[in-house]
Write a protein that binds this ligand. Structure first.
Ligand code: ADP
Length: 394
């Protein structure tokens, strides 16, 4: 039995879970928020109870020290030696990293060299890795990459039809994200179907604030909707998903804004929020739509239509699919949104069972018995995947 820490470091936050492996038993979880700001917040769950403290935490290094010492104070561990390894969620592995790896200096140097592929996330990920390595220098630190699962996407699907040297010189290609979740969910789906991952084709819809769909053929990602960045694909909480790229220059001229400012609109003011004008949160939109708000309903429909488009195209691309799976915040909870998407796929023989679909946050089959394609909800668990990969590399 080994204790493994799964870590997700953002620019001002640090989420963690301590798991007992290989049992996959959650020992404790928590988050440090507002790192580097006034009144940082440290919260941790112990025996189902949430403890919260306001502290001054200037940087990630201090956050890691506080977190580990708290584990000792709360008698969750007796000494740091009990932590056998740390698995770090890393947003980007560039075009080189195809699987989880032990993070030695060479690997960290490589990640530093590709920071500009995902500056908002990879920079903070690296700060988290360095902070943990400094406090726990004698254990293995493993990187688990959001892009790694998508390394099997073939050239014809990852290449954009732009001048070829954009790819060879500047690394412009589809990378895809949410890979850890797509892998976990598609493998679990194979289990539920009583088959090996190699023997099934699954379409996974990971729909949270960020959202992407993945075509998983025989256990391998063969296409996904997010691209060079997480902005591509279906509309999300605040992201536009695909648009005509010519809109950018047009709106720069109309609004007298820079490319950076317009891209910021596409990342932060679009999607659910942009279309509805109400909120980026699916709960607000579902409630507003139910009380007759047209733009709330429209925001959900714009996303649902694009989801159905992608699912149908992946169905054709893979030569059929055994199952469609919903996961993440909206996929696990938004009952009407799931039905909305599946009803658009009637021509594929997909049929929802409304009674089954009425449950939230549990693993379940939601398609009718006479549906030609099975539809599941499978709660995602990226931390377990991180801990599994870390354990296997110890
Ligand atoms: P991310 O990890 O990308 O930040 P999550 O996977 O946590 O996002 O998903 C957040 C989304 O899930 C929000 O839009 C939230 O409203 C939605 N969500 C959570 N619970 C419900 C619910 N009961 N009904 C509808 N949407 C929900």
């Amino acid at each position: 039995m080994k204790k493994i820490m799964a870590v997700n470091a953002g620019s001002s936050s640090l989420k963690f879970q301590l798991l007992e492996m290989p049992e996959e038993k959650l020992v404790t979880s928590g988050i440090v928020e507002r790192i580097g700001m006034k009144h940082s917040i440290f919260s941790i769950k112990v025996n189902g109870e949430k403890l919260e403290e306001t502290l001054e935490i200037e940087n990630h290094g201090i956050a890691v020290n506080i977190l580990l010492n708290k584990l000792i104070d709360l008698k969750i561990i007796a000494s740091f030696d009990e932590i056998a390894g740390v698995g770090h969620r890393v947003v980007h592995g560039g075009d080189r990293i195809a699987e989880s790896i032990v993070l030695e200096q060479d690997e960290i140097d490589y990640l530093e060299s590709i920071v500009d592929l995902a500056p908002l996330h990879l920079g903070p990920n690296l700060i988290g890795i360095k902070a943990f390595k400094e406090v726990l220098p004698h254990v293995k630190h493993v990187g688990v990459f959001d892009t790694a699962f998508h390394h099997t996407i073939p050239e014809e699907a990852f290449l954009y039809a732009v001048p070829y040297d954009w790819y060879t010189q500047y690394k412009v290609r589809k990378y895809g994200f949410h890979g850890t979740s797509h892998k976990y969910v598609s493998y679990r789906c194979a289990e539920l179907l009583g088959k090996k991952p190699e023997d099934v084709n699954v379409i996974v819809a990971h729909i949270g604030n960020g959202a992407s769909i993945c075509a998983v053929k025989g256990g391998l990602s063969v296409d996904t909707t997010m691209g060079f960045t997480p902005l591509e694909g279906i509309p999300m909480g605040t992201r536009s998903g695909n648009i005509d790229p010519a809109i950018i220059e047009y709106m720069m001229n109309k609004k007298h804004k820079s490319a950076k400012e317009i891209t910021n609109f596409l990342n932060k003011q679009s999607g659910y929020l942009g279309v509805s004008g109400i909120s980026s949160d699916s709960r607000d939109l579902v409630a507003a739509a139910e009380s007759g708000n047209h733009r709330a309903k429209l925001a959900i429909d714009v996303q649902a239509k694009r989801m159905a488009d992608y699912i149908a195209s992946y169905y054709v691309y893979m030569g059929g699919a055994d199952a469609i799976v919903f996961t993440a915040g909206i996929g696990e909870n938004a009952v009407p949104t799931r039905a909305n998407v599946i009803e658009r796929l009637a021509v594929l023989g997909a049929k929802i069972d409304h009674e089954r679909n009425s449950k939230v946050r549990v693993e379940q089959l939601i398609s009718a018995d006479d549906s030609k394609i099975k539809v599941f909800v499978i709660p995602t668990n990226e931390e377990v995947m991180i801990a599994r990969d870390t354990l296997s590399l110890l």
